[in-house]
Every structure is written in C-alpha cells, then in structure tokens.
Design a protein around this ligand. Structure first.
Ligand code: SF4
Ligand code: FES
Length: 358
C-alpha cells in the first residue's frame, strides 16, 4: 500500500508582481482565467485531508493577488490543515492580514532578496523591500510565526551575514537560506546565477556562526547547492513519497517543476480524485520507490536515502528524467555538471516575465 502524503503545495496563481531571475515556475505560466475557484480549492483541501495531508503552503506566484484568498484559506483551515502563506509581502495590508487570520491562517513565510533595500529591489525587479519590512512588522504584531526565506545565488550570497541580521531584526522564528535550484525560468539564468566555490565556502562559515549564536531561538535552514556538493538532494523526500503540488489550473504534480517532464501526462484534480492521483496515477508511480532506478543507483547503498536525486534535474541536464541525478559524484554525467560550475561567461540574469522567454 502507498503511504499517504503529509504536505500539499497549493499554487494558487502564477501571477506575481516581482520579476526574480531565479524564478523556478515554468516558462509558460497558467493564465488567470484558468485558475481553480475557491470552491474547487476547498474541495481539494478536503480530499487532501482525507488522504492524510497535515499542512499546506498557500503559494504562487503571489497568492495575495487572489482576491478570494481568505475564502481559500478558510477552506484549508476548515479541512483541518495547518496553513502557511508564502508571500513576497507585496499587498499585505493590516486589513488583509486580519481577514486571513480570521479565516484560519496559521503562519507566514516572507521572501526577501537581499539585506540592502536597493539591491533587494534590483533582484526582485521592482520596489518591494519596504513592503516586505512592513509585512514582517504586521505579522509579528498579529502574533503569527514568521519565516524569512531567501533564494541565494551569485548576486546575494555575499550578503548572508546581513540577511541573517535582518531576519533577526524582523523577528523571524525561522530562516530558510536556499541556494537557487535551476528549474523553469531559473534554468535560463543558470550561468548568471551560479555562485563561485569561494563565495559558497564563505557563506557556509557565516551560517555556522549564526547557527551557534542563535541556537534554540531561531531555526536556520541552509539548503546547499547540490551542483557543488557531489551529493544529490533527496528531492521532495522521494517522488510521490510525502508531498504533492497542485498547480493553479488543477494539474497535480509530484513536484512543482515536474510540469516540464515530457510524457509525464500529469492528471488534474478537475478530472480525477486526489486519492486516485496519489495512489494509482502513472505520473505519481513513474519514479516511486526504487524499481525504476538505473545503474549506479540500483545497487547503491544510498538509494533509499536520496532516491537517486532529482528527476527534474536529471531531465534538465541529460534529457532523460530516469537517469541518475548528475549532481551525484557517482553519476556518469557528473563531469558535465561540474563543468557548469567553473568560470566561463557570467551574463546578467534576465528578469522573469509572465510569458515565455521569446
Ligand atoms: Fe544516490 Fe544514485 Fe548517487 Fe547512489 S548512485 S548516491 S542512489 S544518486
Ligand atoms: Fe522535480 Fe526534483 S524538482 S523531482
């Protein structure tokens, strides 16, 4: 029997006021007119809770662009899910937050791009730092747990010290420092965003110092870039193992980036039950467990720890989602991945645009 999921990523919209070059959303975004209604989301949350899901991230794009966000939040809370709003903070007024809390919102995760306001606005592609600071203040005043989330890359890794100071000043209970993963739009900007080894080493030291200083008060998550570590990440805790993603139009995916995998044919929650999708759909069973694995994963002692790494990364780098993740030093494709981390031309990142790259 398939073990139940416990996490649901609810991508309420792909629309977003920011233009971050590292955006991992797909090149072709879901149109606003194709987004699921609040009533449909409420049904998704009920089905998810029935299946065993415990919490959901209300995410995007920017979920605050959904005028019916309070209704959606209520649907999730009434289904018994723990709700976390994942937001840029742009558009979070006091009235809006009050309505969300009344609807059952439990916590907020706020993104920031740099410790310096001007640099943060530059990376986000618009003025947004002041809105983020205000949002943090509102969340704290309302007594909700606050997480601060930073996607790190070549243009802000040197600011990790300042970013941690900022998160503490804003009253964060959790800080997630996640080195950029190269999917969707971010894959187009890989050369521009790729850090240097020296930058990474320096940032790692800074994180360790802050961890020691803040031990027991602020939880710091440091997501290392697997391009440099030689060790693949156990992506999503395994394919179809613990979590599912519902895209704005109701497409259900084992991970947010899987829409780019050719031939996956992901099901929609408008056509099938979430239980069937989780337990029986070909998409969720494609890379579940270890039977699908190629060599060297098939006989590797780490195969039940990292699940052969990330299917989307294997596809992005080799054209075949069923190969060992090239981030693994044992992968036959590892040398090609290492070459991407070395010098070369470093163009400026192209800001995210709503339509495709052309
Ligand atoms: Fe993981 Fe496969 Fe590499 Fe072994 S060979 S460490 S299972 S990715
Ligand atoms: Fe899709 Fe890793 S991002 S499996």
């Amino acid at each position: 029997m398939t073990a139940p999921p416990w996490a649901l990523l609810s991508e309420l919209t792909h629309a977003c006021p920011l233009h971050c070059g590292y955006c991992s959303n797909p090149l072709e975004l879901t149109r606003r007119a194709a987004e699921l209604s609040a009533a449909r989301w409420t049904d998704v949350f009920r089905q998810a809770a029935d299946l065993g899901v415990l919490h959901t991230h209300l995410s995007g794009g920017e979920p605050l662009l959904r005028r019916d966000l309070a209704d959606i939040t209520r649907g999730a809370a009434e289904a018994g899910l723990y709700t976390q709003l994942v937001t840029s903070g742009v558009g979070l007024s006091e009235r809006r937050l009050d309505a969300l809390v009344a609807a059952g919102l439990h916590s907020v995760q706020l993104s920031v791009q740099h410790a310096d306001p001007g640099r943060s606005d530059e990376i986000a592609g618009r003025r947004s730092f002041d809105a983020k600071r205000r949002a943090a203040r509102l969340v704290k005043r309302r007594g909700l747990p606050l997480g601060v989330n930073v996607v790190l890359h070549r243009h802000n890794l040197d600011a990790v010290d300042g970013l941690l100071r900022l998160a503490v000043e804003w009253g964060a209970d959790r800080v997630e420092l996640a080195n950029a993963q190269f999917y969707g739009w971010g894959l187009l900007n890989r050369a521009a965003l790729m850090p240097d080894r020296a930058q990474l080493a320096a940032a790692t030291e800074v994180v360790e110092r802050w961890r020691a200083r803040l031990a027991g008060t602020v939880d710091i998550t440091w997501v290392v870039p697997d391009y440099f570590s030689g060790t693949p990440k156990p992506c999503m805790g395994g394919w179809g193992a613990v979590s599912l993603t519902v895209a704005p139009d109701g497409t259900v995916l084992p991970c947010p980036a899987a829409a780019a995998l050719p031939g996956l044919d992901p099901p929609r929650v408008t056509e099938r039950s979430l239980r069937w999708i989780w337990e029986e759909s070909p998409a969720f069973n494609a890379y579940r467990g270890t039977d699908w694995m190629p060599a060297p994963c098939r006989t590797c002692e780490r195969r039940t720890e990292d699940f052969g790494g990330c299917r989307c990364q294997a596809h992005a780098l080799t054209g075949d989602a069923a190969r060992t993740d090239p981030a693994c030093s044992r992968s036959p494709d590892h040398a090609a991945l290492l070459a991407l981390t070395r010098g070369g031309t470093r163009p400026e990142p192209v800001p995210r645009r709503p339509a495709g790259p052309r």
